[in-house]
Ligand binder design. Structure first.
Ligand code: ADP
Length: 483
């Protein structure tokens, strides 16, 4: 199409060396018109075909001298020859006068100029649009190239159409443009110890399913033997009507971050182990002193508060140890068959004395048997109830319930406290996450409790979740499979 426009356009036709030349068709009409006048005024003989032939040659010579392309020249020549045959035929056999040739040429020429002018104008507009599009693409490509993360972009067929420098650095290999996911293989790329099948990559999945994949982690083995950690995000790119036209993947080398985290976890693990011994000694000494001191109420009160604070410190250190055990997969469970209803009753009874400001209620239920680590489930329950106490005002109620449902035992802890906004409800189960609301007073804590609870429940093949409304209260649930 572009080529056809080029042949027709009288304004912007460029030759091989980029200098303007007349379009082949326009050349043809000018030459024909001049030849008609020449034949009419000078030769005065309508049968002088030789003159036409000479002008045809001249037209071709001029044309080729401008070197505007062989195909254009051939088209012009072809049309010119047909036109001459038509003129010769009308003059020989129909006896038409010579001037009809000039008229025909004039009408055709004017029509052509009008047409060519319009097409030329249209072509300019289209060119501008194409240029603008190309500019936007170049800008995009420059940005992608400069990004500090690896980028892979495929078309809708899974063919790689763009990648940047960073991805080559990260992977240590250059995936060639034109590489097709699911068709070509990457024998030299090993992920999580296995050679990767590109058709199962997040990029391919995004293309196939239209899903956005966020933060998938891989351990990648480079050809030099180095292992690096990658996080991969990928998402489909859609047209206005929703049709997938491409997919893009952002790949990040997070090895340094991972190593830092591992060092930090090691430190936390070591520090909490080191802290455990002095805390245990402190507890023993305080207990000893409390037993020894009699009658001195003031000292006893002080010792009691030291004991309380030491226990709190012990809880924090235990939580820290649990978190690092979870991180390293070293948290083990002693499972047994027990009555969850009884455990909930005992836990609530045990906490009732400590809860003075809220009203803690529980409807007793028995014979709800689960196979789990009793101490760890007690830990989850205590955590949920103490959170309910911590995040609600005095005078409000805290309701603990248990029921059997579809082969599961579900425990719920409901409070009428500060509540949690929707977008934070998933995050509160993350490690060290605390809701940070400027208007809210800050509560003591480290954001470990719900993370530990979630991991404990998950590892028992159970579920933990929350339903909450900001300002109205929250209900935390966990469920465990019944025996
Ligand atoms: P911590 O309570 O020590 O900060 P958790 O892991 O137990 O840590 O809880 C994480 C966060 O979830 C808390 O900081 C709090 O913002 C929110 N949260 C937990 N329980 C409740 C609750 N019952 N009501 C409102 N917010 C809560």
């Amino acid at each position: 199409m572009k080529k056809i426009l080029l042949y027709l356009n009288p304004i912007e036709h460029l030759g091989e060396n980029n200098y303007p030349v007349l379009s082949p068709l326009l050349t043809m009409f000018i030459i024909t018109f001049l030849s008609e006048i020449f034949a009419y005024i000078i030769v005065k003989d309508p049968m002088v075909v030789g003159v036409y032939a000479i002008f045809l040659y001249v037209a071709l010579i001029i044309y080729f001298s401008f070197r505007s392309g062989l195909r254009g020249g051939l088209i012009a020549t072809f049309i010119t020859i047909i036109y001459y045959f038509y003129i010769i035929y009308t003059r020989h056999y129909k006896g038409k006068v010579l001037s009809s040739g000039i008229e025909t040429t004039l009408i055709l020429g004017t029509t052509y100029l009008l047409l060519a002018g319009t097409i030329g104008w249209l072509k300019q507009k289209i060119d501008k649009l194409i240029e603008r599009e190309a500019d936007a693409r170049r800008r995009m490509e420059a940005i992608v190239e400069q990004l500090p993360v690896g980028i892979l972009i495929t078309d809708s067929e899974g063919k790689l159409i763009q990648r940047n420098k960073k991805i080559d650095q990260i992977l240590g290999v250059k995936i060639p443009l034109g590489f097709v996911l699911g068709k070509d293989s990457l024998n030299n790329i090993k992920i999580d110890g296995k050679f990767i099948n590109p058709s199962e990559s997040p990029l391919a999945l995004s293309l196939q399913t239209g899903k956005t994949i966020i933060g998938k982690e891989y351990l990648y083995e480079r050809q030099d033997g180095k292992h690096i950690y990658l996080t991969v995000n990928s998402s489909p790119i859609r047209k206005k009507d929703g049709k997938i036209i491409a997919a893009a993947s952002i790949i990040n080398d997070v090895t340094e971050k991972k190593e830092m985290e591992a060092r930090k976890d090691d430190f936390v693990n070591m520090a909490s182990h080191e802290l455990k011994t002095p805390i245990t000694s402190m507890k023993i000494y305080v207990e000893f002193l409390i037993r020894k001191i009699k009658g001195d109420e003031r000292t006893l009160k002080t010792l009691n508060s030291i004991q309380y604070q030491t226990e709190r410190l012990e809880d924090i250190v235990n939580n820290l140890l649990d978190v690092s055990r979870l991180q390293t997969g070293k948290l083990s469970f002693n499972r047994e068959d027990f009555d969850l209803g009884e455990l909930v009753t005992e836990t609530v009874e045990g906490l009732k004395d400590a809860v003075k400001q809220q009203k803690l209620t529980f409807e007793e239920k028995k014979n709800i048997r689960v196979y789990a680590d009793k101490f760890r489930i007690y830990q989850v329950l205590t955590n949920l109830i103490t959170n309910a106490i911590k995040y609600s005002k005095s005078g409000t109620e805290i309701e603990v319930k248990i029921k059997k449902w579809h082969g599961n035992a579900t425990v719920s802890v409901q409070d009428f406290g500060i509540g949690i906004v929707k977008d934070q409800q998933k995050k509160i189960f993350d490690r060290l996450y605390q809701v940070n609301d400027d208007n809210e007073k800050t509560f003591p804590g480290f954001g470990m409790g719900l993370y530990i609870s979630q991991e404990i429940i998950r590892r028992h093949k159970g579920k933990i979740w929350v339903e909450s409304e900001k300002g109205k209260g929250s209900t935390f649930f966990f469920s465990l499979p019944l025996v």
